[in-house]
Write a protein that binds this ligand. Structure first.
Ligand code: FAD
Ligand code: NAD
Length: 476
């Protein structure tokens, strides 16, 4: 006989942005819900929010914001008439502030789950069958069995480790180590010019490191629009991020706390010595310890859990959402899937438009996009028109002293519907939301061009780019 208190409508494994949002929505819809999460912070204390809140989105943005202030003082304060004496950067204080931001937000998730009457288990979950989960608390070694009508796996992802450059978190760091440095490395190497490489590279470059980013591929950010990445490459290079494309790392050795990297660029052997090396070559599904076999849950050849378009796994009543199923490994994608699955379990209809998921890279200027790139339109034979507009021509951007970058809208030639929007510029992370709403509402660039935008604002660039699709931009 099972303990009635341990019988649930839904058990969610993982309290990252996919899992905790799913658990809350299930509870809002009247289900009895438990959420199991095994995360412990550096002090060994259980905390919620998963990768995103503890070692991902939030701490990286806290450091990006702090380092952006430093960059402003170094490069721009003077032209605003602001004189700053000796600039001193206190990295431990910056890290303390970051930790405080994380602490407030992870505490907020705990309160939200409590308020929504979700039973929280700070423990490791593993399947014992398709409808039973063993939860084992690492601290007291106590384990118990939870019974559930439905189980949602939201166990997230972990960094990919490469054998030639094993993370020791002393000299060779993963993203978590890169977020915790207590002093600015003089020379910093990064393997991978992906999202983490560019964001972490920006933080430490702004704080004074000489940064070299080694990227194996001939291009970086392959899913972004090429017009934008070309321009971003120039700007980031000018800032001091030395991004070396076509550079394949062959071997890394650590000696006296320094990493010696041997790599090959276009067939030529090269070497580079750095004080710290960050490995940022992607993330993989975190399924270790779940004992998926006991529930008959299948994974694909890359280790991601296989689901159908309703997030159902190969096992009846078991669903999977967020990073563990792959696709766009983004917090907001996981959260939206969490809501969709909760609504499905409540018998509602759930759809999610993957085409309009926004991507943002928090360099400065920021890079943001949603929808198709120009290359994708070309490759699929879609006839399109393009409207572009530079930030330089915006009064607000001039007033801010932030004029680098551009807006690019791609529209279907016949229907004028918006196919993709690509931004490089200040606050692109905020500006992209207008594009997402426009695409979700299926409106045309003509509709956008006839929508009144406040003056002076950066959003006027979206308006002008929409006008530019029809070759009638005014301020250029
Ligand atoms: P996770 O957040 O990884 O959460 C999974 C949770 O499940 C964890 O708490 C884990 O401990 C727990 N768990 C795993 N297995 C078990 C088990 N067996 N039992 C119990 N608990 C278990 N995304 C953005 O959208 N914007 C950003 O700006 C951004 N910045 C990032 C910066 C960095 C440095 C990194 C590393 C990632 C960033 N991401 C960003 C990606 C984002 O963090 C992930 O997409 C997001 O966290 C995925 O959410 P999730 O809920 O699927 O998984
Ligand atoms: P990524 O997939 O974005 O980039 C990895 C890069 O490493 C690629 O450009 C790849 O070509 C390169 N690479 C792979 N192996 C290499 C090698 N041996 N030598 C040199 N280069 C190599 O992965 P990431 O930067 O680790 O980030 C992981 C995920 O985390 C991202 O896909 C993203 O979904 C998420 N994330 C999102 C944000 C954000 O939304 N702002 C920020 C950080 C992370």
């Amino acid at each position: 006989m099972s303990d009635k208190n341990k019988e649930y409508d839904v058990v969610v494994i993982g309290a990252g942005p996919a899992g905790y949002v799913c658990a809350i929505r299930c509870s809002q819809l009247g289900m009895k819900v438990a959420c199991v999460d095994s995360w412990v912070n550096a002090k060994g204390k259980p905390t919620l929010g998963g990768t995103c809140l503890n070692v991902g989105c939030i701490p990286s943005k806290a450091l990006l914001d702090s380092s952006h202030h430093v960059q402003f003082i170094k490069e721009n304060a003077n032209e605003h008439g602001i004189k700053v004496g000796n600039l001193e950067v206190d990295v431990p204080a910056m890290q303390k502030r970051k930790d405080k931001v994380v602490q407030i937000l992870t505490g907020g998730v705990a309160s939200l789950l409590k308020k929504n009457k979700v039973d929280m288990y700070s423990a490791m979950a593993s399947f014992t069958s398709q409808q039973t989960i063993k939860v084992q608390n690492a601290a007291d070694q106590l384990s118990e069995i939870l019974h559930a009508k439905h189980i949602v796996i939201a166990s997230g992802s972990i960094p990919i480790d490469i054998p030639i450059s094993k993370v020791d978190n002393k000299t060779i760091l993963d993203s978590t180590g890169a977020l915790a440095l207590q002093e600015v490395p003089k020379r910093l190497g990064i393997i991978g010019a992906g999202v983490i490489g560019l964001e972490m590279g920006s933080v430490w470059n702004r704080l004074g490191s000489d940064v070299v980013v080694l990227e194996a591929m001939p291009d970086f950010l392959p899913t972004a629009d090429k017009t934008i990445t070309k321009e971003a490459h120039k700007i980031l290079n000018k800032q001091g991020l030395d991004i070396r494309l076509n550079s394949l790392v062959k071997n890394v050795t650590v000696n006296n706390g320094k990493a010696l990297i041997k790599y090959e660029t276009d067939g030529e052997e090269k070497s580079l010595e750095v004080d710290k090396l960050i490995v940022a070559v992607g993330r993989k599904a975190n399924t270790e310890g779940l004992d998926l076999k006991s529930a008959n849950v299948k994974t694909d050849e890359n280790g991601f859990i296989e689901t159908n378009n309703q997030w159902q796994t190969s096992s009846q009543n078991v669903y999977a959402i967020g990073d563990v199923i792959g696709g766009a490994m983004l917090a907001h994608k996981g959260s939206e899937e969490g809501i969709a699955v909760a609504e499905l379990l409540a018998g509602q209809h759930a759809v999610m438009n993957h085409n309009s998921i926004p991507w943002v890279i928090y360099t400065w200027p920021e890079i943001a996009w949603a929808g198709k790139t120009e290359q994708e339109c070309k490759d699929s034979g879609i006839k399109y028109r393009i409207g572009t507009f530079p930030f330089m021509a915006l009064g607000r951007a001039r007033a801010m002293g932030d004029t680098e970058g551009m807006f690019k809208i791609i529209a279907d030639k016949d229907s004028d519907r918006i196919l993709g929007v690509h931004l490089l510029g200040p606050n692109a992370s905020e500006l992209i939301s207008e594009a997402v709403v426009a695409m979700e509402s299926d409106i045309t660039t003509e509709d956008l061009a006839r929508t009144i935008h406040a003056h002076p604002s950066l959003a006027e660039g979206m308006h002008e780019a929409a006008l530019a699709v029809d070759e009638r931009a005014v301020h250029i």
